[in-house]
Design a protein around this ligand. Structure first.
Ligand code: FEO
Length: 396
């Protein structure tokens, strides 16, 4: 499948895996994208998950027949892209692996490969004939060895994980040939789950690429971007700056529905106060990947949980850990919790707020046993405080 005059798409779709990295659900599957650039020399850009090697080889052979592949450009070493390196080398024993120092060390560590290799440095170029590639290191997007490759004639950026998203490709590969609706939410979920921790390196990478004219983005996951380049870059830019829309995520744990009633009371009052984006997640049901996605989207966050074993409900503990790990910045935080005989949940949530340095909004609400009118009023006050804080930003 040709996507430009010189680039073939040879990626594969994974609709079998339940969880990416063993962690993140894949309701629409995921694609592992790989590309071949044809000129006087041929270059393969990244590979695919090794489980798909047979169909990958068929695609390569359909694209270039018996031509040999001269170079394998390794933009990123995570095994969803590097997994087929060893087998590619068996089919193309003269192929030269192209990567930076860290990449080549990882190739040795993962696959014990010692054959032809070309170590490149940031900004170096590689002529293929009429076309030339240049390599640009963008460490920590998403691993330390990560780089992007730019083809100068057609202005194509092979971007690794950057600008990628979950979602297998359903027939078409290029955005202008498909309905892209499912990919936008899946891009935010991919970003927040996979690269969400690396906002600063992503900002650095965006600055580095800022003066480069790009007509096609070939990332390692999801559609090839032509029509939507500005939108995709803007999504990554906003997310990596931790910018968010007006709205509130209410994430809560509940065992018997009492804590959930507090969440309901807060949501009702937020709506009454004119907040339109309100997302509620029962943490026993929503997977963290969706909760994190919504926390990346919205500025307000209200967390609530019961006390459990003289601590906090485990699902909330896990979410707090995920949030710390991603270093999401600049959220407004409210909290509530419940207990039966000795309260701990609100203490843990308050300590968490201090740890992540979120702006605390309103007074934490602590409920003993079940909902009473005074608790309902406190929940409403918390919601009002959050709504007011969000509305202040409308003026700025
Ligand atoms: Fe799709 Fe970081 O690998």
């Amino acid at each position: 499948m040709k996507i430009t005059d010189c680039v073939h798409y040879v990626g594969v779709n994974d609709r079998n895996k339940h969880r990416f990295e063993g962690l993140w659900p894949l309701p629409y599957g995921v694609s592992y994208n790989s590309y071949i650039i044809e000129d006087e020399k041929t270059a393969l850009v990244d590979t695919v998950d090794v489980c798909f090697f047979e169909q990958y080889m068929e695609k390569i052979q359909r694209a270039i027949g018996d031509r040999k592949i001269d170079y394998l450009i390794i933009n990123h070493m995570e095994p969803d892209h590097s997994g087929a390196i060893k087998l590619i080398r068996k089919y193309y024993p003269d192929i030269t692996l192209v990567g930076n120092k860290q990449t080549l060390s990882m190739v040795q560590g993962y696959y014990g490969e010692e054959g032809n290799r070309l170590e490149i440095k940031d900004g170096e170029t590689l002529p293929l004939g009429k076309r030339t590639l240049s390599f640009h290191l963008i460490p920590m997007v998403h691993w330390p060895e990560t780089m992007v490759t730019y083809e100068h004639t057609e202005k194509t950026l092979f971007s690794g994980d950057a600008f990628g998203c979950f979602g297998a490709l359903n027939g078409a590969v290029v955005d202008s040939d498909m309905n892209t609706d499912i990919y936008w939410e899946e891009m935010t979920r991919y970003y927040s789950n996979i690269v969400g921790k690396y906002g600063t390196p992503i900002q650095r990478a965006l600055c580095k690429l800022a003066g480069t004219e790009i007509k096609t983005i070939c990332s390692t996951h999801g559609p090839v971007w032509k029509e939507n380049i500005a939108k995709v870059v803007s999504i990554y830019d906003r997310l990596s700056k931790y910018e968010a829309d007006e709205g509130v995520v209410i994430a809560y744990g509940t065992m018997y529905g009492n804590t959930e009633q507090m969440a309901e009371a807060i949501a009702e009052e937020l709506a009454a106060q004119g907040i339109r984006n309100i997302v509620m997640h029962n943490l026993s049901k929503s997977h963290d990947s969706y909760v994190l996605k919504d926390i990346f989207k919205y500025k307000g966050l209200i967390l609530g949980a019961p006390t459990y074993n003289a601590s906090i409900y485990a699902e909330m503990s896990e979410l707090m850990e995920e949030l710390c790990m991603r270093e999401i910045k600049g959220r407004y935080l409210g909290c509530f919790g419940s207990f039966t005989w000795a309260g701990q949940a609100v203490k843990k949530l308050t300590a968490f707020a201090e740890q992540v340095k979120y702006e605390m909004v309103g007074t934490p609400v602590e409920m003993k046993q079940a909902m009473k009118e005074c608790t309902r009023e406190q929940c409403k006050e918390l919601a009002k405080a959050m709504a007011e804080r969000l509305k202040q930003d409308r003026k700025s």
